[in-house]
Ligand binder design. Structure first.
Ligand code: DLL
Length: 448
């Protein structure tokens, strides 16, 4: 691989792993059709549920003659994986399965995805393409602080970064003091974890008086597995001086590395030679034109352990089909800031936690640590937003705090349209997370 300069603008040689990112669109479509026809026939012959659903619709694999014909095929959902738990959707023989990855979700049984060695390679390829897009080189030292194990974050970044030739520190999540010590002592240049865990690492570092810009060598961060906003990205970059990249994925489709952003931040490029994207109207289930917001659906084109055909992700986004200045031809989706499952309805208004985050973080005097609490109070529910304020602002000066509270309330209202009860709290007092953070406590639900 030597001889390549590992940069991401079109004037420079392309890293070999990224070659398909630049494939002419007609060639990409031909490749996708070829792979789609293969995987549909493969799944039809091996997965009884898929075959049954096709038969109910009178669809046979040979009916898929163009990419548009994908709309003839039935959708699949998380409930299918639960109903067929643990391995009812497995398509390859156990002799070909090398690993299970699971995702717990909020209730009941986990979902279990069997991966073949080739599936692991496909997944690794997506992560490597994300690293290449971000400008990482084999000289980088990557601290993988996503959890290792059934969650795909740790092993996904691990295989990708190792495959790319980086030096990997497989520390997993937790033990924040040790994270900080090794980050500093090894001169770690790249961190990979959830954005909320990285905020916690920064917070603990600040408590120890660490100046990340001066004392650490961080250049890149690969953050994902939970929604995070542009405002959060600005905060992370401001605190640490690294470039914060967005990496997206889900266990059912592979893990991290289904897509990610390039240096131009025009959305997430999807590695669509592996993962065919559609956006549908979640009510009518009809495909939506590019640019319209709906539910993201993926078909895995070359994963054989547990092929997913038209899998409904519940993530809400739109396809951005306009050209990206980086020159990549693979399509992009807008950043995932909303999941249909996360939507709160308060006073009849639809609300996503990321909207609250955007509003809050526009106010310079608050910290990016917040919690949303919804309490049933008679006819009208109460929306409370608890947010930590910077140490300089946390004082006994009641008038000052009242003025800050009003500013925060106005910022939240300007984005959500809702009047929230704002509670300003002392720094380091709200719950932290070593993985995916839970931002919302909805006391209207019995199990909240
Ligand atoms: O979270 C895979 C992953 C690990 C992605 C590490 C990125 C980094 P699951 O646990 O199955 O897999 O959760 C998948 O997380 O459907 C989204 O709702 C959410 N999600 C993942 N990445 C992002 C992101 C991993 N960059 C679910 N932005 C997905 C917003 C994300 N949400």
């Amino acid at each position: 691989m030597s001889g390549f300069t590992y940069v991401t603008d079109t004037a420079s040689p392309v890293h070999p792993v990224s070659a398909l990112d630049y494939l002419p669109v007609d060639q990409m479509r031909a490749l996708q059709l070829h792979r789609l026809q293969f995987i549909v026939k493969y799944a039809y012959d091996r997965v009884p549920l898929f075959r049954r659903r096709c038969e109910e619709r009178g669809v046979r694999p040979e009916h898929v003659k163009t990419l548009k014909d994908i709309s003839l095929l039935p959708f699949s959902m998380k409930t299918d994986l639960r109903d067929e738990y643990p391995l009812g959707l497995q398509a390859a023989p156990m002799s070909e399965i090398v690993r299970f990855q699971c995702s717990s979700g909020t209730t009941g049984k986990p979902i279990c995805i069997p991966n073949t060695w080739n599936d692991i390679e496909v997944w690794k390829n997506g992560v490597m393409r994300c690293l290449a897009m971000g400008g990482v080189t084999p000289n980088d030292i990557v601290q993988v602080a996503y959890g290792y194990g059934l969650f795909t974050g740790g092993l996904g970044l691990h295989y990708g970064a190792e495959g790319y030739g980086c030096a990997v520190l497989p520390i997993s999540g937790g033990n924040t003091d040790r994270q900080l010590m090794l980050m500093k002592d090894l001169g770690v240049t790249t961190i990979a974890c959830t954005p909320s865990y990285f905020l916690h690492i920064i917070d603990e570092g600040h408590k120890k008086g660490i100046d990340f810009r001066k004392e650490m060598k961080l250049r890149h961060g690969f953050f994902g597995a939970e929604p995070w906003t542009e405002e959060m990205r600005d905060k992370i970059e401001e605190y640490t001086g690294l470039v914060a990249h967005d990496i997206y994925g889900l266990t059912e489709i592979a893990g991290p590395g289904v897509g990610g952003d390039c240096i131009h931040r025009t959305g997430l490029h999807i590695f669509e030679d592996h993962f065919y994207p559609e956006v549908i109207d979640p009510e009518t289930l009809e495909p939506l034109p590019d640019g319209e917001q709906g539910e993201l659906v993926f078909t895995t084109l070359d994963r054989t352990g547990c092929p997913m055909i038209r899998y409904r992700t519940r993530d809400l986004t739109r396809i951005e089909a306009t050209p990206c200045p980086c020159g990549r031809t693979v399509r992009r989706i807008a950043r995932i800031n909303a999941r249909s499952d996360d939507m709160l309805i308060v006073h009849g208004v639809n609300l996503f936690p990321s909207q609250v985050e955007s509003g809050l973080l526009k106010v310079p005097d608050v910290l990016p640590h917040y919690q949303i609490v919804v309490t049933p109070t008679g006819a009208l529910d109460t929306l409370e937003v608890k947010v930590e304020v910077t140490p300089e602002n946390f004082s006994d000066d009641i008038r000052h705090l009242e003025e800050l509270r009003k500013r925060v309330g106005a910022a939240v209202k300007s984005i959500t349209g809702l009047t929230a009860k704002i509670t300003l709290v002392e720094p380091h007092t709200l719950p932290r997370s070593e993985g995916k953070i839970r931002r919302v406590v909805d006391l209207r639900k019995a199990n909240a």
